[in-house]
Design a protein around this ligand. Structure first.
Ligand code: C2E
Ligand code: MG
Ligand code: MG
Length: 263
């Protein structure tokens, strides 16, 4: 127990220091229109390059930050940085691009989430219409009434809402009608299953595409790694996709060059 407490304290103090010393960075992965191949937006992904430990996986960072109560300042840093980057890209001649930001459970449940987001838009000058919040089903469903209220306020400001890792979190679909959802992101595990030979392997993917179409929500397939997956998704009418097949997450400078080239 003592060893665990020491490790936890070590990570916690390193996280605090990382926030102060700006050791974090955001990398960006493009999302593409599968028919035209044009970039429809980018997803911001957290990177922590620790001076001694090297790259720390973002899921681990978020998990530890949630445990030691640092996830709110960390999430604020992510949102602020994404908004500041949107403005930097705009100023360097990049046409407006949607930036998706992942929001964890504790951040979303924080009472001041909306007010802080508003303050960040004002301070950075970023257009809320360029921002998309990615929330998982379990985050949305934890407190339905609070989520509905927060999503309505965000939507009124122009922010888009995406359900991340769709299909992995919650068994009830009734929430799809309750919340103002713009985008369903099909989880990578379903896209990976397309590779198999059995005809049922892509069944969930095609069902989600159909559902999104009926509900008038855009559908993005995550984790596209090869041409066979892309062909299947196109054949079944999936609108957008993201994955190593197109590009890995890259730093802001390289993403900016890619975005400039799209115009
Ligand atoms: P996510 O939001 O579902 O992000 C997609 C993850 O899949 C990213 O991993 C991305 O690099 C990876 N990925 C993209 N294309 C492919 C592909 O073709 N194949 C494979 N195998 N993987 C692909 P990453 O960057 O390690 O992030 C993992 C998770 O950590 C994210 O999943 C998200 O839940 C969380 N995360 C990342 N950045 C943030 C952040 O700023 N805030 C919060 N709250 N969570 C974050
Ligand atoms: Mg995401
Ligand atoms: Mg995902």
């Amino acid at each position: 127990m003592i060893a665990r407490a020491v490790v936890r304290q070590l990570i916690e103090s390193n996280l605090r220091r990382a926030l102060e010393r700006a050791e974090f960075a955001l990398h960006y992965q493009p999302k593409l229109d599968l028919d035209s191949g044009t970039i429809t937006g980018v997803e911001a992904l957290l990177r922590w390059d620790h001076p001694e430990w090297g790259l720390v996986a973002p899921e681990r960072v978020i998990h530890i930050a949630e445990e030691c109560g640092l996830v709110v300042p960390l999430g604020r840093w992510v949102l602020r940085e994404a908004c500041a980057q949107a403005v930097r890209w705009r100023d360097s001649g990049v046409a407006p691009v949607s930036i998706a930001v992942n929001v964890s459970a504790m951040e979303f449940r924080n009472r001041d989430f909306f007010d802080h987001a508003l303050a960040i838009f004002e301070a950075t000058g970023a257009d809320p219409a360029c921002l998309q919040l990615e929330l998982t089903e379990s985050v949305l469903m934890r407190d339905v009434a609070a989520s509905a209220c927060l999503l309505a306020k965000s939507k009124a400001m122009g922010v888009e809402i995406a359900v991340d890792d769709f299909g992995t979190g919650y068994s009830s679909l009734s929430y799809l009608n309750k919340f103002p959802i713009d985008v369903l992101k099909i989880d990578q595990s379903f896209v990976r299953a397309i590779d198999g030979n059995a005809s049922s392997n892509g069944a969930i993917v095609s069902a989600v595409i159909g559902m999104g179409r009926s509900l008038r929500q855009r559908v993005i397939a995550e984790g596209i790694e090869n041409a066979a997956q892309l062909d299947f998704l196109k054949l079944h009418g999936c609108g957008e996709g993201q994955g190593y097949f197109f590009s890995r997450p890259i730093d802001a400078a390289r993403m900016g060059t890619m975005l400039l080239a799209r115009a």
